[in-house]
Design a protein around this ligand. Structure first.
Ligand code: PLP
Length: 378
């Protein structure tokens, strides 16, 4: 089946007992044992819950992996992956990663002796040079956040495989509808499913998918041991959101492309960062590893005074953090999402007070552009 059909049919037919079309919400903490030493497959909902199981099996299929795991947030999912490692292990991470990923590495996991190098992952030499005999993992996002750099997943996999290093891809921005890193050789995929997969800005959730059963068993053990699971109601909301992912992603991509092209014609705009623009340095790699450019873009204004002006003036666009929902959102990465990255690093990366990031929603593109038009005006 094609992925858009798979998405629509997530959980359909999952309840043989009643034939319910949608996945029932099993709001039960515990399950009766049929007899001594027997189990229905469900004993206690931290370990496994029937609603969560439908979701976990679905994301494993969608990403082309062996096992899926649902967590209470994207950060809980990333935490579970980082718990694969131990004191003195070294991991390499894209430098313009999600702010929360930077923070958990810099302020939490370093307390447990995990060593981290932040690199420009578009520069393969820089990654190669950062590897040490203790490197266990390369954690990448592509496109990166907020500068939309494209990281070559196949090239990184090739480098890592020679040295037995795991490649973990945060696939939040593109989702399996546009990019399937496990098929390109990655070992683990993580998601903030809060974003495009759920798609409606109404639930916080995270997912992990493993390439093979062996890695899956390790994540399962960590998930059950640490307990940051997604509850049955939120699992249901995520399943519900995922059914329309294909339609939404197509529209997000179409609107983002049109907005990027419009923004780049505006006099007050200096640079537009969107991988679908012909001059984007990562466009070619993007086309080899994904089937679309996504719904996220960033741009810089020539005069830093214009950024707060736009944030104040937008009416349709909401000035809010997060991304991937049906509504268009605009944010100011230097102050909002990336405040935990030290100012000197932010400036070097280009996350300045002239940079705005847009999560382009699925409204009519004319209305999105009209809102920008009036917000740019004096
Ligand atoms: C939002 C986000 C996260 C964190 O996910 P939460 O669901 O907010 O915990 C991780 N990675 C990326 C790329 C994100 O956008």
């Amino acid at each position: 089946m094609k992925i858009n059909t798979q998405l629509v049919h997530v959980g359909v037919g999952s309840d043989a007992k009643t034939g319910a079309i949608t996945t029932p919400i099993y709001q039960s903490a515990t399950f009766r044992h049929p007899a001594l030493g027997q189990s229905t497959g469900f004993d206690y909902s931290r370990t496994q819950n029937p609603t969560r199981k439908v979701l976990e099996e679905a994301i494993a299929v969608l990403e082309g992996g062996s096992d899926g795991f649902a967590f209470a947030s994207g950060m809980a999912a990333i935490t579970a992956v980082l718990m694969l490692f131990k004191t003195d292990d070294h991991i390499v991470v894209v430098e313009d990663c999600y702010g929360g990923t930077y923070r958990i590495l810099d302020k939490v996991f370093t307390n447990f002796g995990l060593k981290v190098s932040f690199v420009d992952a578009t520069c393969l030499d820089e990654i190669e040079n950062s590897l040490t005999p203790s490197t266990r993992c390369i954690l990448i996002e592509t496109p990166t956040n907020p500068l939309m750099k494209i990281v070559d997943i196949r090239a990184i996999v090739k480098m890592a495989k020679k040295k037995d290093i795991y490649v973990v891809v945060d696939n939040t921005f593109l989702t399996p509808y546009l990019q399937r890193p496990l098929e390109l050789g990655a070992d683990l995929v993580v998601h903030s499913a809060t974003k495009y997969l759920a798609g409606h800005n109404d639930v916080i959730c995270g997912l992990v998918v493993s390439r093979n059963k062996q890695l899956g068993e390790r994540i399962r053990f960590i998930q059950n041991s640490t307990g940051g699971i997604l509850g049955p109601n939120d699992s249901w909301l995520l399943i519900r959101g995922m059914k329309t992912l294909a339609l939404r992603m197509d529209k997000h991509c179409q609107n983002a492309q049109a907005l990027a092209e419009w923004l780049q014609k505006q006099e007050q705009v200096e640079t537009v960062y969107y991988p679908g623009l012909p001059q984007h340095p990562g466009k070619h790699i993007q086309e080899q590893q994904a089937t679309g450019y996504g719904g996220m873009l960033s741009f810089t204004v020539r005069d830093s005074r214009l950024a707060p002006h736009i944030l104040k003036r937008v009416k349709l666009l909401q000035f809010a953090e997060s991304l991937g929902g049906v509504e268009s959102l605009i944010t100011f990465p230097a102050v909002q999402t990336h405040a935990d990255i030290p100012p000197e690093v932010r400036n070097r990366l280009g996350i300045t007070d002239c940079l705005l990031r847009v999560s382009v929603g699925i409204e009519d593109i004319d209305d999105i552009i009209a809102d920008f038009e009036q917000a740019f005006a004096d």
